[in-house]
Write a protein that binds this ligand. Structure first.
Ligand code: PLP
Length: 427
């Protein structure tokens, strides 16, 4: 066998298969929502695979924000609360987001951080199931979810029962009668693995428990359908797949059937039935507005409102189809081009959300070296290289370039080279 033939068959360095970039270009030409990425600012020379952490900026946002600042705040001043619809913005933006997660209007408000909304929901759920003391939660959940649950548990005398999504039905079979709430994320923030929202919701309901879905990595990436699943409560971020901007206010969903009874712990004046009566006694609004607390960060909320314009003519099912095409392409490209890095989650795109992660003991160095080559991914301790697939802004060509760069990093051994850590501090 000639030496180059031996090299070509070596499993550790297969190199990019001929045609990867061509196939990506063909998919980008054929894809029904191919016009979406051009609605975003795409910095030259950068392959951005971190839209699941901070979504890229929609082109219309700078002018919209400038109008809010210069004209609305600058000239209209306090009148803008009425003339520009500032007061109703939490419900208006909430309904726009609700459409993307299967929530009929009137069930979502936006305005506070995901962390705050989570705390509101944990305590509210405990109050809706007074005889029950257990809350089932995934020990691998995003840390803030666990930290806030631990505090809510201290406050409400709850017991946190650790169970990964696959273990939840067993726990419910054993302890169901004592479970107040099952709190899970649809998409694992590390591995991208997606769980079965309708099945787990039904299992919790069979046990008489409520369900809280954290959709931080779902909204704008999956076609989760809260109303169809019969979900009780949900929260999600807006700065990830929705591209609402850094610190964009998050959102909370309360199914209509619970809105008369939901009793959140933070009872601010924006949640009052008649805020401008300035009544010292609290009387909650009789709908989802009771999840409002105080004055929201209006500049961020209105930037998010403008960012949502890019999805106005898109349904969640269409967006999910685009996401699936991208995720399938990325999984196949990773398997073909960097087979030595195992996938951290499933390979079936139907079981993944909007990112794909591979394992490497040198993941940190790999992510830094990729950044040095203009490819922005994400490191998650201890060993994950996480590559985000933003359904609205990533292209198949971005993914192909990212995977080719990953191959080049590994072939050059750049993940060991501390110089790359210095070069790439821009991320
Ligand atoms: C990103 C993320 C959060 C972030 O919460 P913030 O209050 O916005 O900082 C919470 N939960 C999950 C599952 C996340 O992925």
């Amino acid at each position: 066998m000639p030496p180059d033939a031996a090299a070509a068959s070596a499993p550790t360095a297969p190199g990019p298969p001929a045609g990867l970039l061509d196939r990506a270009a063909a998919l980008d030409r054929e894809e029904p929502l191919r016009h979406l990425p051009s609605r975003f600012h795409r910095p030259e020379g950068l392959v951005y695979l971190d839209g699941n952490s901070l979504g890229p900026m929609p082109l219309g946002v700078p002018d919209a924000v400038a109008d809010v600042v210069r004209r609305q705040w600058g000239r209209e001043l306090v009148a803008a609360w009425n003339t520009e619809g500032w007061w109703e913005a939490p419900q208006r933006v909430g309904d726009r987001i609700g459409r993307l997660v299967g929530a009929a209007p009137g069930q979502v408000v936006a305005g506070d951080s995901t962390s705050v909304h989570l705390f509101q929901c944990y305590v509210a759920a405990a109050r809706m199931r007074p005889g029950r003391r257990a809350v089932v939660a995934d020990p691998d959940a995003f840390p803030t979810d666990l930290h806030l649950l631990a505090s809510a548990a201290r406050l409400c005398d709850l017991e946190v029962v650790a169970a990964r999504p696959a273990e939840v039905p067993d726990v419910l079979a054993r302890r169901g009668g004592d479970v107040a709430l099952v709190a899970l994320s649809e998409v694992d923030y590390r591995t991208g693995e997606r769980c079965d929202v309708p099945a787990l919701t039904a299992a919790a309901h069979d046990a008489g428990a409520l369900v809280l879905w954290d959709l931080a990595h779902s909204v704008g990436a999956t076609d989760v359908d809260l109303d169809a699943a019969g979900a009780d409560l949900a929260v999600g971020c807006s700065y990830k797949h929705l591209s609402g901007g850094p610190g964009a206010p998050a959102w909370v969903y309360v199914a209509r059937r619970h809105q008369h009874e939901v009793d959140p712990p933070l009872t601010g004046w924006h949640g009052h039935a008649d805020p401008f009566a300035m009544d010292g006694r609290y009387a909650p609004a009789d709908d989802v507005r009771r999840m409002r607390i105080g004055t929201p960060p209006m500049l961020s909320l209105l930037a998010l409102d403008a960012a949502l314009d890019v999805l106005d003519d898109v349904t969640p099912v269409q967006l999910r189809a685009r996401s699936t095409s991208l995720v399938r392409f990325l999984v196949e490209a990773l398997e073909a081009v960097v087979p030595e890095l195992p996938l951290a989650g499933p390979r079936d795109p139907a079981r993944l959300g909007g990112h794909v992660a591979v394992r490497s003991p040198e993941a940190w160095g790999v992510v830094r070296a990729l950044a040095g080559r203009g490819v922005v991914g994400d490191f998650r301790a201890p060993d994950l290289v996480r590559l985000g697939v933003a359904a609205s802004s990533t292209t198949h060509a971005d993914l192909a370039r990212g995977v080719v760069a990953l191959r080049a990093v590994l072939d050059a051994g750049e993940q060991h080279d501390p110089a790359h850590a210095v070069r790439s501090t821009v991320t």
